[in-house]
Design a protein around this ligand. Sequence first.
Ligand code: DQA
Length: 139
Amino acid sequence: MNIQIINGPNLNLLGVREKSIYGDTGFDDYLEDLRQRYANITINYYQSNVEGEIINKLHEIGFNYDGVVLNAGAYTHTSVAIGDAIAAIKTPVIEVHISNVYKREEFRHKSLLAANCKGVIAGFGLDSYRLAIENLLNG
Ligand code: DQA
């Protein structure tokens, strides 16, 4: 099984950025734990701060992978183009957020991606990614 995690803008600064919201673990450390825990599947990782690069990655893997776990960061709330890319591919995409976006500013309550995703997981810290993988594993 091949799963692709995609992190969008500013998520390269996890562990450094706004720790009270996003925690103090860097994504590389968390990814190592995930890969150990799910040693029987391949977990690929891609991060970009650039909208078009996220779209290119979705196109590249979106016809042959088994699932995508996507935290598009702030693009979640603004990007018609990423929403369209999710609609265009075959691989199911799960939208994840580390924070509970519904407890935060109103502009974070709206997702332009969710309607094209298999589902949305938000508010469980980094565990949101594991919960998404669990779902993909269960079909
Ligand atoms: C986020 C929530 C977004 O609103 C924000 O812009 C992020 C991170 C999250 O994981 O909680 O960059 O996607």
